[in-house]
Write a protein that binds this ligand. Structure first.
Ligand SMILES: *Cc1c(COP(=O)(O)O)cnc(C)c1O
Ligand SMILES: [Zn+2]
Length: 420
């Protein structure tokens, strides 16, 4: 089958710069191994000649596929039927006032079909798997990427095999099973599940969606940046705050704004601020110590925010580029700060976020304290996953309800205390 990716010029290794043709590219660079993640490159003049920003402004298609001319899929490939993307960007004036900021918005990507931003990536992965005629699609995940893949695969009746650590939150495992994926609960870490999944996919010729190995998943995640730009009238924020585990989401946000800048559709790039959990802060430390991301060593990762627990961030090269090239920063937050951010975000703007998503708000607080974000900055916090994904952690962040006997006297007494 001849490919119809007229707007894609090739895939470039982010470590050595070698460029591969669309047909010849595998998962990562043959010379650099797994650190050599590939970046999809576009012919921006071709895209501009065929799609104008004004045309997009009137496009009827909702969700991520409205940006199809900027995505690396065949013109003839059908999009999966689930509606991914098109998530709301809420103004958060009360939180802004608390932090002393002029303007703050929260983008609620927990509103996606399987309740996390990962749906954007899995939607592209399923299309690429179909384009390549794969029989089965597989991934390893801390939970959300797997849930997203299971859901998107179910929507197009493609078999899916998932590797997750057996310690993943039960809600995420339930999603996999309900969507009909075959599930391997690995008695080990995410990093071990990742390596097993990739090895098995090579042995069996399955299509592998693994973050950092698959060059296309970030191209789905970048659509959140397109939406932020469009929702703000193509005036990007001064700072975008994103939580970071493997570094694929933050890399995708940079790519999205980079594309728009190259197309001349926006005039500047936001500073991108990556937030890591203190117990899983490999990129934060590498950034502070000016270490080359391709030479980072694995650490032992521990955090309550399971979705950002990664010992060796798989997309470390793209993540570091996002922060360095945008003039941004990394910050690190404690698990206590992450838990505290869950009710703060829920009560301040009405968005119930899972720990990894609330971490972004905790990181904004830290960035304001450290002077990385200034009062006059227009700021967007990306809330990457829904709070119902991890109820056990949510319950740790708040007090319990009050038990009452079923009579009005008991209610009066309880109310007197509760509303005091
Ligand atoms: C995956 C995920 C992240 C982190 O994304 P990376 O690409 O691993 O850095 C953050 N929040 C949620 C809810 C996620 O599912
Ligand atoms: Zn290379």
């Amino acid at each position: 089958m001849s490919h119809a990716l007229k707007h894609v010029t090739g895939l470039r290794c982010t470590v050595c710069g070698r460029v591969y043709g669309v047909e010849e590219a595998g998962y990562t660079c043959v010379d650099c191994g797994e650190a050599g993640t590939l970046d999809v490159e576009y012919d921006y003049a071709y895209i501009n000649a065929h799609t104008a920003r004004p045309a997009l402004d009137g496009a009827p298609q909702r969700g991520m596929w409205r940006y199809r001319p900027l995505m690396p899929v065949d013109a003839g490939s059908p999009a999966p039927p689930l509606e991914v993307g098109g998530t709301p960007l809420y103004p958060a004036p009360r939180l802004a006032a608390e932090l002393g900021l002029a303007r703050l918005w929260v983008k609620d990507d927990g509103r996606n079909p399987t309740a996390s931003l990962k749906d954007r990536a899995s939607a592209i992965a399923v299309v690429k798997a179909q384009e390549q005629g794969a029989r089965l699609i597989t991934t390893a995940s801390t939970g959300n990427a797997a849930a997203a893949l299971a859901g998107l695969a179910a929507s197009v009746a493609m078999p899916a095999l998932i590797f997750v650590p057996e310690t993943a939150p039960p809600a995420k495992i339930a999603q996999l099973l309900v969507y009909g994926a075959k599930v391997l609960l690995v008695q080990g870490t995410y990093d071990q599940a990742f390596d097993l999944c990739f090895a098995a996919s090579q042995e069996n010729g399955w299509y592998c969606r693994n973050t950092g190995i698959n060059p296309y998943v970030g191209e789905g995640k970048k659509t959140a940046a397109y939406e932020v730009a469009e929702q703000l009238g193509w005036q990007p924020p001064d700072a975008l705050v994103v939580s970071v585990g493997d570094g694929s989401i933050i890399g995708g946000q940079y790519k999205g704004f980079y594309d728009l800048l190259q197309l001349g559709w926006i005039e500047k790039m936001p500073r991108i601020i990556g937030v890591q959990a203190e117990g899983s802060a490999a990129l934060y430390h590498a950034w502070r110590e000016n270490i080359n991301p391709a030479e980072m060593q694995p650490i032992d990762a521990h955090t309550i925010a399971d979705s950002i627990s990664a010992g060796l961030p798989r997309d470390r090269v793209k993540a570091m580029r996002a922060v360095r090239e945008s003039g941004g920063a990394f910050v690190s937050v404690t698990d206590a700060e992450i838990l505290g951010a869950i009710p703060a975000l829920a009560q301040g703007v009405g968005v119930f976020a899972e720990p990894a998503a609330a971490a972004a708000y905790a990181g904004l607080r830290r960035a304001v304290d450290d002077g990385l974000v200034k009062a006059e900055d227009r700021v967007v916090v990306l809330a990457t996953g829904n709070g119902l994904k991890d109820i056990a952690s949510a319950m740790k962040s708040v007090g319990g309800g009050v038990t009452v006997a079923p009579n009005l006297d008991a209610v009066r007494e309880a109310v007197a205390t509760l509303l005091r």
